[in-house]
Ligand binder design. Sequence first.
Ligand code: NAD
Length: 491
Amino acid sequence: PALFGPERRNSRGWDLAHAPDLAMIEAARAPHRATRFEAAPLIAGSTAPDAAAPVLNPADPADIVGHVRPASAADVETALATARPWTAPPAERAAILRRAADLYEDHFGAIFALLAREAGKCLPDAVGELREAVDFLRYYAAQAETLDAPPRGLFACISPWNFPLAIFTGQISAALATGNAVLAKPAEQTPLIAHYAVRLLHAAGVPRDALQLLPGDGETVGARLTSDARVNGVAFTGATETARIIARAMADHMAPGTPLIAETGGLNAMVVDSTALPEQAVRDVIASAFQSAGQRCSALRCLYVQQDIADAFLTMLTGAMAELRLGDPWDLSTDIGPLIEAAALRDFSAHIARARAETRVLWQAPAPGTGHFLSPTLIRVPGIAALDREIFGPVLHVATFRAEDLDAVIDAINATGYGLTFGLHSRIDDRVQHAAERLAVGNLYVNRNQIGAVVGSQPFGGEGLSGTGPKAGGPSYLPRFTARPAPKIAG
Ligand code: NAD
């Protein structure tokens, strides 16, 4: 238990291979196919109205998913002035967070609809995301009941668009479970899901002055929150560069020692050696690199295939890539949804055009005409050092290696400075052990895909440029939100 944290069960989730589950989902989300959702500041005082902007479906810009009214400077000030730690006893807070978990599960129809239409998530991803959010609520609730430590005070929780429910909920539930007040700043791309979630948390009984929502841009709302001395801690998940900006702002404006819990980017690799089972490895490469259109921090960016099997393996891989269906994430036949926004698509265009000019594109299928779609792309590189930054989409880079050069490959992966996930397909135990010891990564996956960590059994987080730790969904996470951190526990 010390390694994995409190006893509890993970959410059952929904079994998409089970016809009654699927029919239930279809019936529950159908009414939300055309709902116009809304997001606005949810603060304990009155708000200063600002113009509402439309939020568009990344798969179909003609679909208006809803409208968002960002928090004004006056809203942020009101929220900061009215925020109050949650003084209810730990058991009562835990009961309310568990009730919120139940409410999340009850509202799966609207949540799956929002995840598809606002965040471009295919149904299996949406199911995984709702489960993870529910697991965070129950896991931190259970742990907080046994944690006898006072809150720090007020936490700013700043989250990314790529897990707009799970990471958003994970941060705030950890801060709330330990009795802190929370000002939550969701990503500008996904305010509607965040608004929906905070309304459920309030309905479950979280006091409105303990949890306030401030939608808006990072450079305005986010920057205000991370440079205000009334904030006693920041939980941030997003790009490494943003974490640097936040760390600088906190150093300038907050008390020394104010915690920044940052989970950031990755440049993740996988090694497939000649002892791997090729069918399994191909399936796991496809999931790791392309599921969620590659928009996972854990996703595979650079694949190393042992030279002896490379030709056969890449033939199988491109064959599998050709089978992937791009399209509307609402449709059950879709494997890969859109990129989150047009800007991301533009970034990739330059990257792929350069590779194409150098005849390094090994495979790319055509993409649908409307929406921000990028079809899965395979690009040859000499090694991971050719990638100078995180590539956040369905673009996989592939290099070959000779067995005797495996240590050089591991050194090159470590030399990127990132250390989030790593995958290894090999049936040589010594090799697995050796790689595990030599690689500086947070999460290492052997003979499986490298995405989809499970709360409570696979605590998730990176090293180096990939994050500060402690790992989310593990036993060391909650103490960081208290004024009396417990000794670090492995895992
Ligand atoms: P981002 O850094 O652009 O934005 C994340 C959040 O920070 C958003 O809410 C944004 O508004 C806010 N922000 C931006 N500038 C800010 C500023 N100056 N001050 C305060 N807040 C500011 O990241 P993104 O594009 O939303 O998400 C994708 C990134 O997140 C990728 O790099 C991915 O690897 C990373 N990520 C990491 C993990 C992890 O667990 N390690 C998980 C998911 C995503």
